[in-house]
Design a protein around this ligand. Sequence first.
Ligand SMILES: [Cu+2]
Length: 199
Amino acid sequence: MNPRTTRLVLIISAFLAGLVLCFTVILLISGRGAMPIATANAAIGGPFRLTDQNRKAITDQDLKGKPFLVFFGFTHCPEVCPTALFDMSEIFNRLGPDADKINALFVTVDPERDTPAALKDYLSSFDPHLIGVGGDSDALAAVAKAYRVYYKKVPLKDGDYTMDHTAIVYLMDKTGAFVAPFSLKRRPEESAADLRRYF
Ligand SMILES: [Cu+2]
């Protein structure tokens, strides 16, 4: 090959190599975008067996047929939990009679202090659709693991303690499958409209 042909061949090969690289990157990106999310969805939630604020057993099977929200927290929480429960109450208020088409669980990560009676008393300040849920430490550990929730007891100076915990509201569909984290940082009307899509 003369130098000119060699140069041309090199340029064409470089172009083709670039094209292949480009397609590979596109495939990788689209693959990356779709698969891990689907895997993550499948990994959040699942069967559980807990007790509600009226000391009645509640399982994932009881929730089938309606979408539900799940939030983990504790009644002694200074700010995050009461704010989230207040926001959820506002959404239920906007849903009106449709609030019966959805469930919302407040799962305590502090079973030591949050007895069913304590949960019931605490939730009386919020919308009655909120279900307070608890269980022994094993049942709690299992449900927290299923929802990828972190919680930890943190001692305070005065001998008291507080709880660190994940503060994500999970939206689950009527089959119990994870949809997405549910944002409370918007107007309650918007949140209510978003929920109606899953009835
Ligand atoms: Cu909290």
